[in-house]
Design a protein around this ligand. Structure first.
Ligand SMILES: [Zn+2]
Length: 467
C-alpha cells in the first residue's frame, strides 16, 4: 500500500472556497491523497472557520455572529440506523449549511480525482447543556452531578456510536472512518494528566449506575472505589493548596494507590469501556465492507504522560484499527508539554522543581534535546521529537497497524508561542517519514493552515518519496 497523505478538513472549507478549488490546492500543494472529512462533530477543533479576531491564513472566511458554528452530522442521517438506541441520531443533522450533505458534495469530486474520503467522527460536545441527548446519558461525577460527556457504559451510547458509523459506511461509498475520542479515566483526570485543562478532582467520572454494574461484573468494589476517589480528591485539593503531607507528596500518593487498589482498577474500567466503543465501531464498519479503513486519533497526552502510556498498548489498539493517527504536534507541543509538567508538579511531584521534573520526564519518555521548560512555548518541540514518537508507535504496533503521525500545521498557540513556519513543517513531515511512518495526516484542519506551510508539507512528502 502506498503512503497515505491525509489532511483533516471541515465542510466549511468546501462551502467557503469551492470544492474543486480546494481539491486542486490540496493535491497540487499538499500532495494529499486522502481527505479526513469532519462529518460528525460538535467541536471546532477539526472543523469550523477561523475565529472572528484571527488573521486569515490566506484563504477561507472568518466566523461572524450570524454564522456561528453549531455542528452535528454534516452528511444526511438516516433514521433506520438508529433503531437500537434512544438517541435520535436522525435529528442531529448539522444546521450550519442548510440542507447541504457534505458527502454528496465532496465524494464524487474526490473520487474523480482518485482521492480517498475517510469520515471523521468525534465524541465531544462543546455545548452539552443545549443537547438533551447528552444529558440523558451523561456521565456522573464523584459528587453525583451530571457531566458534559456521554458514558461509555450506557447501552444507548454504545449503540449510538455504532449507528453513526453504520449510517456513514452503508449510505455512502466512503473509504473509512477516523474516530476522535480524547476522554480520560478518573485517576488521570484527578491528578491533572493533561496539558489542556485545569485540575478538578471532584469532577472525575464516571459513577453512574451502569458503571456500578460494570464494576460489579469486573469484581471491583464500587463503594471502595468511590471512597478511594474521595480520598484522592482530598489529597489533590490539599496539594493544590500546598498543604504538604508529612511524608511528602509522592509518598502520600503512592500510599493512596496501595491502600485503595480500587482507584487503579476503576480507572482501567473506564479505559476498557472506551476501548470497547472503538472495537464496536471497528467491527460495525468491517461488517459492512471489509475494505473500509478504520482508525483512531491518539491524543497528545499519550505522548507526554508516562502513566497514560502505561495505561494502554499500541499493539492492543492495533488489533482493532487499520491505522492510528498519532498526535506528534510539535509547534503547539512546546506549550502543551510545559502545561503538562506544571500540572503534575502541582500535585504528585510537587516536591520536585518543574525544570528538574521535566528533565527526568524527558528521560522516561525518550525525548532528547528539547528546550528548557520556560523556553518551551516559544521553542516548541523539535522535529526529532516527531521522529522519536513515530518510531515508538511503529515499534509498538509491531506491524499490525499503519502509523500516520498527525503533523501540526498552524494549530493555534499563545501570542508569544511557536507558530508553524514552512521550514518547521518541512522538517516535521520529513522526520515522520524518517521515523518509519506509513504516511501523515496534516492537522488539525485546512481552514487554519497557511498555504506556504501546506506546500512545505507537500514538498517533504515528494522529497521523502524520492529518497
Ligand atoms: Zn457511567
Amino acid at each position: 500500500m502506498s503512503n497515505t497523505i491525509g489532511i483533516q478538513i471541515g465542510p466549511d472549507s468546501f462551502v467557503d472556497e469551492g470544492t474543486e478549488k480546494v481539491l486542486d490546492i490540496l493535491q497540487k500543494q499538499g500532495a494529499v491523497n486522502t481527505l479526513y472529512l469532519s462529518t460528525f462533530t460538535y467541536d471546532r477543533g477539526i472543523t469550523g472557520r477561523q475565529p472572528a479576531n484571527a488573521t486569515l491564513p490566506g484563504h477561507g472566511l472568518s466566523e461572524s455572529p450570524e454564522r456561528f458554528f453549531h455542528g452535528g452530522n454534516f452528511a444526511t442521517p438516516h433514521a433506520q440506523f438508529y433503531k437500537n438506541t434512544a438517541i435520535k441520531g436522525d435529528q442531529l443533522k448539522a444546521p450550519d449549511f442548510g440542507k447541504l450533505d457534505i458527502l454528496q458534495e465532496v465524494l464524487p469530486a474526490a473520487k474523480k480525482r482518485g482521492l480517498k474520503v475517510v469520515c471523521s467522527i468525534q465524541d465531544g460536545f462543546v455545548y452539552p447543556d443545549d443537547m438533551p441527548f447528552v444529558k440523558d446519558f451523561a456521565e456522573v461525577d464523584l459528587q453525583g452531578r451530571k457531566g458534559g460527556a456521554m458514558c461509555f457504559y450506557q447501552p444507548n451510547v454504545r449503540e449510538f456510536w455504532k449507528a453513526v458509523a453504520a449510517d456513514l459506511c452503508s449510505s455512502y461509498d466512503i473509504d473509512g472512518v477516523l474516530l476522535f475520542n480524547e476522554r480520560n479515566g478518573p485517576l488521570l483526570n484527578a491528578i491533572g494528566v493533561s496539558h489542556a485543562q485545569g485540575i478538578d478532582s471532584a469532577k472525575v467520572t464516571c459513577f453512574c449506575a451502569e458503571h456500578q454494574r460494570a464494576a460489579k461484573e469486573a469484581g471491583i468494589d464500587f463503594e471502595r472505589a468511590k471512597e478511594g476517589y474521595r480520598k484522592l480528591n482530598e489529597y489533590v485539593q490539599n496539594s493544590l493548596a500546598a498543604k504538604r503531607p508529612s511524608d511528602g507528596y509522592y509518598v502520600e500518593f503512592a500510599r493512596l494507590l496501595q491502600t485503595y487498589p480500587e482507584i487503579m482498577a476503576y480507572n482501567q474500567l473506564f479505559d476498557a469501556g472506551k476501548t470497547r466503543v472503538l472495537k464496536e465501531v471497528y467491527q460495525t464498519a468491517k461488517g459492512i465492507r471489509k475494505n473500509l479503513e478504520v482508525g483512531f486519533h491518539i491524543e497528545h497526552t499519550n505522548s507526554f504522560n508516562p502513566l497514560y502510556r502505561a495505561s494502554r498498548r499500541y499493539e492492543e489498539l492495533a488489533e482493532i484499527a487499520d491505522f492510528l493517527k498519532v498526535v506528534v504536534y510539535n509547534n503547539c507541543g512546546g506549550e502543551r508539554y510545559r502545561n503538562f509538567i506544571l500540572n503534575i508538579s502541582s500535585t504528585v511531584f510537587r516536591d520536585v522543581p518543574p525544570a528538574e521534573l521535566m528533565g527526568i520526564n524527558n528521560h522516561l519518555l525518550n525525548y532528547a534535546n528539547e528546550a528548557p521548560i520556560d523556553d518551551l512555548p516559544k521553542a516548541g518541540l523539535s522535529a526529532d521529537y516527531v521522529m522519536r514518537e513515530t518510531q515508538r508507535a511503529k515499534a509498538g504496533v509491531n506491524g499490525k497497524s499503519r502509523i500516520l503521525p498527525g503533523i501540526d500545521i498552524n494549530i493555534p498557540t499563545g501570542r508569544n508561542s511557536r507558530k508553524a513556519s514552512p521550514e518547521d513543517t518541512y522538517a516535521a513531515t520529513m522526520a515522520a517519514f524518517k521515523g518509519g511512518a506509513d504516511g501523515v495526516i496534516l492537522s488539525r484542519k485546512y481552514s487554519e493552515m497557511y498555504l506556504a506551510n501546506l506546500e512545505a508539507a507537500g514538498k517533504a512528502v515528494r522529497d521523502a518519496a524520492k529518497a
